[in-house]
Design a protein around this ligand. Structure first.
Ligand code: MG
Length: 165
């Protein structure tokens, strides 16, 4: 069986007048993430990890921020698309691990909902999708609540091609 690993990173600015969406879950907060799409930084990091695992580039290549088509895009829809892309190539998710770095709001109450939403979009069990949250201990831009960042690692497994061998 073949395996591949990929990593992803993303960061978006926190600004007033935008919704805060993380892992496909809308979270009550006075600030939201700025971006061309819904700016779901966690979902973006996961997509980049998935594409990276197959050396397929990054999400900017598939969903360019200059294309009006992706304005306000639901990142969970884009995640479904990236998942289709790797399934079409004969790969499936082994597991995802991720971490969101945010000073505020407290994300712990939303972790379980994020895992379920991401797992459903990826057509895997929630126990294959790890989401962790931490603060930046008030350091740097994330610590000053100027933005939220996310890292993700994804392990891909090659589907059994049954009879190819
Ligand atoms: Mg992004």
């Amino acid at each position: 069986m073949s395996i591949r690993i990929g990593n992803g990173y993303d960061i978006h600015q926190l600004v007033p007048g935008r919704s805060l969406i993380l892992g496909g879950i809308k979270i009550d907060h006075e600030l939201g993430l700025l971006g061309h799409s819904d700016a779901d930084v966690l979902t973006h990091a996961i997509m980049d990890a998935m594409l990276g695992a197959l050396s397929l580039g990054d999400i900017g290549l598939y969903f360019p921020p200059t294309d009006p088509k992706w304005e306000g895009a639901d990142s969970i829809e884009l995640l479904r698309e990236v998942n289709r892309l790797l399934r079409d190539r004969g790969w499936r998710i082994g597991n995802v691990d991720s971490v969101v770095i945010a000073e505020r709001p407290k994300l712990k109450p939303h972790i379980s909902a994020m895992r379920s939403r991401l797992a459903k979009a990826l057509k895997v069990d929630p126990d294959q999708v790890g989401v962790k949250a931490t603060t930046n201990e008030k350091l740097d831009a994330v610590g000053r609540e100027e933005g939220i960042a996310a890292y993700a690692v994804v392990l891909l497994l090659e589907e059994d091609r049954g009879g190819d061998f």
